[in-house]
Design a binder for this molecule. Structure first.
Ligand SMILES: C[S@@+](CC[C@H](N)C(=O)[O-])C[C@H]1O[C@@H](n2cnc3c(N)ncnc32)[C@H](O)[C@@H]1O
Length: 282
């Protein structure tokens, strides 16, 4: 089969599931992943035969895309803050909003010329911890997650990106304190209420780990409350607490943090104009 014929098969088989633009983008991600070809190069090779061993990869990918599986899981990796991360069924796929949170922290701390201690709570793929370790050269970064599979993947991601991060498997809700004191405490914890499920895309619900996403309808701030309480005794002077937040719960987040003892609570919107992250100090 030629590349052109494979491209046509993609368009035909997936047209009931995705727009033509999305299909084109999946196809190019796959040709880049398997052959290292740019869009232009793939186009130039349209009439060449696809090596037999790769035809199997394409038909497997087609089947999985038909089931609405996210392309990042099919490829087994994704980009975050200019770095490549392994992702799998144990890890959430890192989101662009989270890159904005990482960018905020980097901009706040990258001109400081002193050692920094950073902890990322609920690290998943390790995207926040690894990107911070890469960009903040003075930082000693640790990270925790309750999921053994996520921590294994995060460790691989630190290795892949040549950074040192100390990972631990821990349930933050069961901790009495964070071991150590920190200049930056950051978390993108589970924050989607079950009642918001209806508004979510099918492929998020079917493939991303439920424990990474959801909290009970009646206690949507459970992780934020616990982490903020832990941060009260673990944040160094001049340090900051950062959270990615549920877009509908900005005012509640400020109320919670002020009640616990934080000040200078600042909410930032994401590129879609939604309340998406908050920074607070003591
Ligand atoms: C929304 S995901 C964020 C993953 C990653 N930090 C990111 O931004 O893509 C939340 C993470 O919190 C972890 N988690 C859930 N409950 C936890 C708990 N009780 N203690 C520690 N981590 C927990 C999940 O396994 C998941 O990896």
């Amino acid at each position: 089969m030629t590349f052109a014929a494979q491209r046509l098969a993609f368009a035909k088989i997936l047209s009931n599931h995705y727009s033509q633009e999305e299909i084109g983008s999946f196809y190019h991600l796959l040709t880049e992943h398997y052959f290292g070809y740019s869009k232009f190069e793939t186009h130039q090779r349209n009439e060449e035969q696809i090596p037999i061993e790769h035809i199997q990869h394409f038909s497997e990918a087609l089947k999985r895309l038909e089931q609405n599986e996210p392309i990042q899981y099919i490829l087994g990796e994704t980009e975050f803050y200019g770095l490549t991360f392994f992702v799998n069924e144990h890890t959430l796929i890192p989101r662009p909003e989270t890159e904005e949170l990482v960018d905020w922290i980097i901009n706040d701390f990258n001109t400081l010329d002193k050692p920094l201690a950073v902890i990322d709570i609920g690290t998943g793929s390790g995207c926040i911890a690894v990107a911070l370790a890469k960009e903040l050269k003075n930082a000693k970064v640790s990270a925790i997650d309750i999921s053994v599979g996520a921590v294994d993947t995060a460790k691989n991601n630190a290795k892949k990106n040549n950074v040192e991060v100390l990972f631990k498997i821990q349930d933050v809700l069961g901790l009495k304190n964070l071991s150590g004191t920190y200049d930056v405490i950051v978390s993108n914890p589970p924050y989607v209420r079950h009642l918001e499920k209806e508004m979510m895309q099918k492929n998020v619900l079917a493939f991303e780990p439920e424990s990474a996403l959801f909290v009970a309808n009646d206690s949507p701030l459970v992780f934020y409350r616990k982490i903020a309480q832990l941060a009260i005794s673990s944040l160094k002077e001049g340090g900051c607490l950062y959270f990615e937040i549920n877009e509908y719960l900005g005012p509640e987040m400020i109320e919670l943090l002020v009640h616990i003892g934080f000040k200078d609570c600042l909410i930032k919107k994401d590129i879609y104009g939604k309340d998406r992250m908050i920074r607070a100090t003591l």
